[in-house]
Every structure is written in C-alpha cells, then in structure tokens.
Ligand binder design. Structure first.
Ligand code: HAM
Length: 424
C-alpha cells in the first residue's frame, strides 16, 4: 500500500469543512481590507531564497527542498511566501506605480522539518504582503488584519507579541552589543547558536534550545539600542494599535527566524492554546532592506515591505479542539428519490435543474431501494425529499416531503424550483 509522505496531511472530512470555513472568512476579510489575490510559482530559483530568507535561517541551512531540474537549473520548493511575492513585485516593476500594492495568498509551503505537532513538511500558509510604504499606519493595518481574522474565527485570548529590530544603524549598534555580551559565553550555547553567532547573532535570542539558560535570559534588549527615529517609529505603531483596539505585549525577545526583518516584528498566539509547539498561529514583520537585496529599489526609492503569514494547518488543529467546530456539517437542501428506470430518467433532469438554480441537491447513485435512500437522505441532512413515482410523473407531478415536519405535498414539476426556493 502506498502511504502519504512523512510530514504531509490529507485534509478531508471535518478538517476540510473547517478549512472551507476559514477560507471564506479570509476571502471576505481580504476583500474588506482591499487586498488582491496573488499566486506565485511553487518552485523558484534557489538563489531567491538564499538571498531573501537568508543563509543564517534554519530554513535555508537545513530545510529547503532543493533539486536540479532537467535543464540543470537549481530550483527550490517555496518554503514561505514573501520571497516570491517580492520577486514578482520587482520583476513587474510595480514599485513604479503610484499606490501601494496589497497582496494576499493562500498556498502550500515546503520545509524539510522534523515532523511534530504544528510542524509539517507540506503545510498551507495564508498571508499578506504590502509593498511600497513605510508609514506605520501600514504596520498597524497588517497586524490588526491578522488579529481580526483570527478573532473572526472565534479564537479567544489572542495576544500580539510585538518588537522592533530598528533601522540599520540601530541594528548595527545592537549587533555589536550582542557580540560583546555573547563572546565570553559562546561555549555555553548549543551548536546551532555557535553557528548563528558567526552569521547572525540576533538569531540566538529566540533559540528554543537555550531559551532557559541565564545567558539568554540576561541578553541585552534591542529596545535599549534603538536610535531616536526607530524608537519614535515603534511608538507610533503601538499608538495606532491602541487606536485599533488590538491587544499586544512588547516582547524584546521576538526576532523571528527569517533574516530579512527590520523594524516591526510580531507574532500572534492564543493564550487558550495548550499546544506550546504550535502556539504561534501567525507571524510577520517589516522587511524594507529585502527589496534592494533582490535588485529592487532601496529605501530612498520606495523600497518598503511588510507582511505576515498564518499556519492554516495549525489553525485547523486548534479550531478542532473548540466545541463549535467539532460537528460542522455540510447539509444538503434536497434529496431526489426514485426506483424504476423511467423515474431515474426524470430524476436526472430534475436534479440538474435544481442544481443549476443553486439548490444543493443529491440523488441515489448506487441503485439503493427506497429504504436505503431515506437513510442516505437523513445522513446528508436533506431538508426536503423529492419522491418520484411513475403514476404522478405521468400527471407532471412529484411528491415533496418536508424532512423535518414530515408533511408531504404534490407539486407540479414546472413549479418545483420555485416551490423549493420559496420554502428553503
Ligand atoms: P514563519 O514564521 O516562518 O514566517 O511562518 C509563519 C507561520 O507559518 C508560523 O507562525 C506557523 O503558524 C506556520 N508554519 C511555519 N512553518 C510551519 C510548518 N513546518 N508546519 C506548519 N505550519 C508552519 C514566514 O513564513 C514569513 N514569510 C511570514 C512573513 C510574511 N513575514 C513577512 N511577510
């Protein structure tokens, strides 16, 4: 028997119904906030991720699915959505447009992770990227958008953990302070952190292995190394979030695992989520320097970006634990019943006519007897049964039974659609 690859999932049954619901909430919310849908390729040139996600990130160091295609090109399955969207923005010179570009996506991503709770090798992320503005109003908008989507899914006790990495000058100051602080302690840290120390010491701050060590607990705070401009910018973002009534905690240990971030970084957790490994439902931040890094405009020429992504699979796992999501049902409107071949021919066109008029309709597909068909109709939650028999059909009539009250009525076939739509 062939089984699914390690770290992948089949989304079906109740999970699929939850996912459909989440998708409808996302689509409505993105429309209200005026975001446009974008789909970028599932594979891109490997260089794109090396230059964006970064050489010091766990993703590029150990998790990408890289291969040579038949033309000997180095390609990588996308491990995240930002790089592709920014690549497309630059490739299509959208930075020359007078307005910001506000994109959303909802796609599968690929990371060769050690599969565990909340960590898959193929997973779905929905996310946004806003390109072309450095105004803190955009930082506040994207954070509140993620917050409102999670809130609309009825996830309680949401908390935004927010931090800033500051501008280039602040980051250099902080990096120097970190190196000075960490150098005498480097032997006490894990092997990954020893590596990170050489490439990007900032990444040591959110190391999961060393989190409880005194070295990390007493690490200098980035907030003490911000220049005036970066400090003011961060205060403005927080002020706007207050106005938008978003609950947040300033947490100077949030740096996120991708190298492209500067200024605002954040993650959203639900304090109700007991699964600590999957507790971060979504995360993101500003990445102004990334645009230049990918041969786009620099910050003096409008090279600005910010975004976030949420883990759909984590959200589904969490929603499943909530009572309201346990028995989501997709119920049909009408079940059409027949027995003889002649009734079946009539059923075919009646079913099609109802479906084309927007009435969710099903009929027997397995030559079951009437008793079996009643059972299927109940299982599907049919609100009405349309029962065909040759005698009534000859007079142009069908029996319509309200499956809740069990009341039955004969209805003219030509009026059936109108009758059902009027009663549903
Ligand atoms: P990230 O923090 O790597 O950010 O991922 C965002 C979210 O995707 C995580 O909070 C988590 O919910 C989900 N996620 C990540 N890895 C896995 C996995 N292996 N299995 C299941 N879910 C996972 C990014 O990807 C950035 N591109 C976000 C961003 C957009 N920043 C700016 N714009």
């Amino acid at each position: 028997m062939i089984v699914k690859p390690k770290g992948t999932v089949d989304i079906k049954d109740n999970d699929a119904l939850i996912m459909e619901y989440v998708n409808s909430v996302i689509n409505n919310m993105m429309y209200s906030y005026n975001y446009e849908f974008i789909r970028t390729p599932v594979f891109e040139s490997s260089e794109l991720f090396h230059r964006s996600v970064g050489e010091s990130s766990d993703i590029v160091r150990k998790e990408t699915y890289d291969f040579l295609d038949k033309g000997d090109r180095k390609v990588t399955l996308r491990p995240e959505g930002t790089a592709g969207v920014v690549r497309s923005y630059i490739e299509n010179k959208e930075y020359a447009l007078p307005d910001v570009k506000k994109y959303f996506y909802n796609e599968t991503m690929y990371r060769y992770e050690r599969p565990q709770s909340g960590r898959l090798r193929e997973f779905t992320q929905f996310g946004v990227e806003v390109l072309g503005s450095n105004d803190p109003i955009v930082d506040a908008e994207v954070i509140s958008l993620q917050y409102r989507i999670l809130e609309s899914l009825h996830i309680g006790d949401l908390q935004v953990n927010i931090n800033t990495l500051g501008d280039n000058e602040s980051r250099i100051n902080y990096r120097n302070a970190l190196v000075k602080y960490l150098e005498p302690h480097i032997d006490e840290l894990c092997d990954d952190c020893k590596e990170r120390f050489k490439i990007n010491p900032l990444r040591i701050i959110d190391c999961k292995v060393d989190a409880e060590s005194d070295v990390i607990k007493n690490i200098p705070s980035v907030l003490d190394y911000l220049n005036e401009e970066s400090k003011k910018r961060f205060e403005t973002v927080c002020h706007y979030l207050d106005l938008l009534e978003v609950d947040y905690e300033i947490n100077s240990k949030i740096v996120r695992g991708l190298d492209y971030y500067d200024h605002t970084v954040f993650e959203i957790v639900s304090l109700q989520n007991n699964d600590s490994k999957a507790s971060v439902l979504g995360a993101g931040g500003r990445y102004n320097k990334l645009l230049k890094e990918l041969d786009g405009p620099d910050e003096n020429n409008g090279g600005f970006g910010i975004g976030w992504a949420c883990g759909m699979d984590r959200i589904i796992s969490f929603l499943k634990t909530m009572d309201i999501y346990q028995n989501i049902k997709r119920e049909i409107d009408v079940y059409v019943m027949y027995v003889s071949e002649e009734e079946k021919l009539n059923a075919l066109s009646i079913v099609q006519n109802l479906r084309l008029n927007g009435v969710t309709t099903e009929c027997d597909n397995m030559n079951k007897g009437l008793k079996g068909q009643f059972k299927v109709a109940d299982r599907l939650g049919a609100k009405y049964l349309v029962i065909l028999n040759n005698e009534d059909l000859a007079k142009g009539l069908v029996n319509v039974k309200d499956n809740a009250t069990k009341e039955e009525e004969k209805v003219d076939i030509s009026e059936l659609v109108e009758y059902l739509i009027g009663n549903l």
